[in-house]
Design a protein around this ligand. Structure first.
Ligand code: 2NL
Length: 342
């Protein structure tokens, strides 16, 4: 019996040899294993019910001579326990490895990616300052339409059709008597029509003019006008109010001066210059409301007086921030605008 066994070649069908071989093969494959799917496939090829190599050994036990069954069965059981233990070990190792990879992808110690935040436009910032100064003096903020009727934009403001001021305030006509407003004055006309004096309002908004763009002109800009109407408003009120405004905006050391000017809707009219320390700069246009404007809205000019003013916010912003060409305010270059982030 023993001689017979020795006579068999190395690749004999002796189940003990097959168990040794499959254990070595299994270990070699286990060594190269990379992922959990491969692990299940490996388990199936050695322990699987249908095609498992070790399962085949167990199935063959019945064909063996009775005296061999004990030894082969014992070796097979040892092999099964060893393979199961190794598979379990591999499973844990693979799970740990994938958790480690996951952790590397989500490195909580890295600095966070900051979301890009926008910032308020210098024109908006300047307008907010201006609104603050006037609302603290009791003025209300009013807004109105950018598409206007000729009556509100021109006629009611003492600018008849043949008036030369129509040339410098040429705009985009939309057909009929409709146009893009050249100033926010029409909102003041509408407000005066809608309510009785006294009133004090400031009116910010986008306006349009037929201008060739240069360092101080753009065909569209943000304007802010103001109007106060009461029983005994004088030029001294205008002077005191606008001087306070310039000081509040540019600093307490700021001085102001009035120069004669001309607007069809104010009489007298003036330009206000400010000097905050580096020379005189034109800030805004202003004047006492023309009696013809009061008549157009049904106010009695013998009873009511008022002053009005208007400024381009882009020019005020340029003044505040030291910008020498207002066109850059409308280019929306983020590198320029980010400099005004709070
Ligand atoms: C400027 C000058 C000005 C006014 C606007 C006004 C409005 C009414 C009556 C009288 Cl309803 N006046 N507004 C007065 C003087 C000047 O604007 O340089 N704007 C950019």
């Amino acid at each position: 019996m023993a001689d017979e066994a020795h006579a068999q070649p190395a690749t004999s069908a002796d189940p003990i040899d097959e168990i040794d071989r499959l254990r070595r093969d299994f270990e070699a494959e286990a060594e190269k294993l990379g992922d959990p799917a491969g692990l299940e496939e490996l388990r199936a090829r050695y322990l699987g019910r249908k095609r498992g190599r070790l399962t085949a050994v167990f199935d063959g036990l019945r064909q063996l001579p009775t005296d061999r069954r004990g030894a082969v069965g014992k070796a097979a059981n040892l092999a099964r326990r060893a393979i199961e233990a190794r598979l379990e070990e591999l499973e844990t190792a693979l799970a740990t490895a994938s958790t480690a990879a996951e952790t590397r992808r989500l490195d909580v110690t890295l600095p966070g990616r900051r979301p890009e935040t926008g910032s308020l436009h210098p024109i908006t910032l300047t307008l907010q300052e201006i609104e603050g100064v006037f609302t603290r003096m009791g003025y209300k903020i009013v807004e109105g339409p950018e598409v206007e009727h000729d009556f509100y934009n021109f006629e009611a403001l003492n600018i008849p059709r043949d008036h030369p001021a129509r040339d410098i305030q040429d705009t985009l006509y939309l057909g009929g008597d409709w146009l893009l407003r050249t100033h926010t004055s029409p909102v003041q006309i509408r407000t005066m029509q809608a309510q009785q004096p006294p009133l004090a309002i400031i009116v910010p908004g986008r306006v349009y003019r037929r201008d060739t763009p240069d360092a101080t002109h753009t065909p569209s800009f943000v304007q802010c006008e103001g109007l106060i109407v009461d029983r005994d408003i004088t030029m001294a009120d205008l002077k005191g109010t606008l001087d306070h405004f310039a000081k509040a905006l540019l600093g307490a050391q700021t001085r102001t001066r009035l120069r004669p000017g001309y607007f069809p809707f104010t009489e007298p009219s003036a330009e206000l210059d400010a000097n905050a320390g580096s020379g005189w700069i034109e800030m805004l246009g202003c004047g006492m409301v023309h009696p013809a404007v009061f008549e157009a809205v049904g106010y009695d000019p013998q009873v009511w007086q008022g002053f009005a003013f208007g400024m381009g916010i882009d020019r005020i912003a340029a003044l505040r921030y030291g910008i020498d060409d207002i066109r850059i305010l409308y280019e929306n270059d983020a590198r320029f605008l980010q400099q005004f982030a709070a």
